[in-house]
Design a protein around this ligand. Structure first.
Ligand SMILES: [Zn+2]
Length: 466
């Protein structure tokens, strides 16, 4: 890559060289995109598991030791060999045997960052407390590729400083032309993972084929997402029966007993499972929205909703989806929170008094539309900065066969997502009533033969709730 700054590397001091490399990296990142790949550590022997557990334990000790006295965050923090650990009402010296110096440095850096963020909050008038001790640490930062960690693509292994080599699953996801950067060693109820951050130059990334120019998205309760072209996406990952059973079980176990610990572990595992499903549904919705040139949505207050509607909001993961929309789309446009969208007529901008039970908006100007689609259209119009008469052509929800097919292909593979299409007229009578997306287009469900006598588990578990 051509940088028009000539530097003589030999004449520089070490500090200058580091500064120069940092600057070069910063310049390079401007034309790169970031990817994070998850690798699962496999074939773990008891010895390896003990080693990993020790590493997370030591990370906790070290973290708590630093937090209990932030004056310890000085330049020599990476040389610390023993820390004091509070056991009961006295403290003991514990030796750090498996934490590398760079890991210690990075844990300290993270604390410094957190402190900085907290003091910033304090300056802005928020009430902040001190950093608290942790009862567990589930992530260990690995900063420098090649030193703290290294990937071996041929042998499908990774090497972590001091901890040794581990066989991993998932290396095939990483393309050849990426630059591998830092990583995080993560402990989850389902196992140990390495999250590797990679950078790839933007021109190497294949752009998705666009199926439409602009689309407005309305987030609602009854249909989770309504697009301005009439697609309604409803996704919900409900809390499973097993989760409820485990919660009940946990409440009956004696405090700090082994049984309680075991049930707690199973419960966390179940939570992880649900979160993965939620994440997958989000991924698919995002992947679909990426096919549009511009996505406009309203920045509303999801937290306020959950007090109104309770679990329904939580289980949809709308808040998470919104923040991901903001960060992962190329051209996200958000409309101000205070703008009225639901009650406004798209065609003339007249305000109507709609109650929650009114599903259709009918206006004197002749505009008649499904309430949510109207809101999505208004959001799109406002996001693009058009006045009602400028947006005449954008008006009617029209769905191309390509859009239908793409929606069915991407969203149809997840049983928690239901897609329905609104017909051109926009009235409810033509609406495809909430049917699983796999029936909605010409796409054939290939996963199961038609003659299969067993009920669809996907539907049995997530019945339509409208
Ligand atoms: Zn009107």
């Amino acid at each position: 890559m051509g940088y028009n700054v000539e530097v003589n590397i030999e004449l520089m001091t070490k500090a200058e060289r580091i500064k120069n490399t940092l600057w070069e990296t910063k310049e390079r990142r401007k034309i790169q995109r970031v990817f994070v790949y998850e690798l699962k550590l496999q074939n773990l022997s008891k010895k390896k598991i003990a080693l990993l557990e020790r590493a997370f334990l030591e990370a906790k000790w070290f973290y708590n030791w630093l937090v209990s006295d932030t004056n310890r965050l000085d330049a020599t923090v990476h040389k610390v060999k023993t820390v004091e650990v509070k056991v009961g009402d006295h403290s003991e010296q514990r030796e750090l045997t498996v934490l590398g110096s760079q890991i210690k440095q990075e844990i300290a850096n993270r604390i410094k960052d957190n402190l900085r963020a907290l003091s910033q909050l304090k300056r802005n008038g928020h009430n902040v407390g001190a950093l608290k001790h942790k009862s567990f640490v589930n992530s260990i930062p690995l900063v420098q590729y090649g030193k703290t960690h290294k990937l071996d693509f041929d042998r499908k292994k990774i090497r972590i400083q001091i901890l040794g080599t581990f066989r991993v699953l998932g290396l095939h996801q990483i393309p050849d032309d990426v630059e591998i950067a830092n990583a995080v060693l993560v402990r989850k109820p389902s196992g140990y993972y390495l999250h590797v951050t990679c950078y790839r130059s933007k021109d190497r990334c294949v752009p998705v084929d666009k199926i439409g120019d602009a689309v407005g998205v309305d987030f609602g309760i009854s249909s989770k997402l309504t697009l301005s072209n009439g697609i309604k996406i409803d996704f919900e990952v409900r809390e499973s029966l097993r989760l409820k059973r485990l919660q009940r079980k946990l409440s009956r176990k004696r405090m700090s007993s082994k049984n309680r610990k075991r049930v707690r572990f199973l419960l966390n595992k179940e939570y992880e499972k649900l979160n993965r499903r939620r994440r997958d549904a989000q991924n698919k919705v995002l992947a679909f929205l990426k096919h549009y040139g511009t996505v406009v949505f309203q920045d509303d207050y999801v937290k306020g909703w959950s007090s109104l509607w309770g679990g329904a909001v939580h289980s949809s993961g709308i808040g998470g989806l919104k923040s991901r929309l903001r960060h992962s789309l190329e051209t996200p446009i958000s409309v101000e929170r205070m703008e009225t969208t639901t009650r406004e007529c798209f065609a003339c901008g007249l305000r109507h008094d709609l109650s929650l039970s009114d599903r259709v908006i009918v206006c004197e100007c002749g505009w008649e539309c499904d309430r949510d689609v109207n809101a999505a259209l208004v959001i799109m119009r406002k996001g693009l900065g058009l006045s009602p008469h400028q947006a005449v052509g954008v008006g009617r929800p029209e769905l191309t066969p390509l859009e239908r097919a793409t929606a069915a292909r991407i969203l149809g593979s997840n049983p928690c997502i239901r897609v329905s299409f609104l017909d051109e007229g926009g009235s409810l009578s033509h609406r495809d009533r909430m049917r699983p997306s796999r029936y909605c287009s010409d796409q054939v469900d290939t996963r199961r033969p038609a003659s299969c006598p067993y009920p669809r588990t996907g539907q049995a578990r997530y019945p339509p709730h409208n």
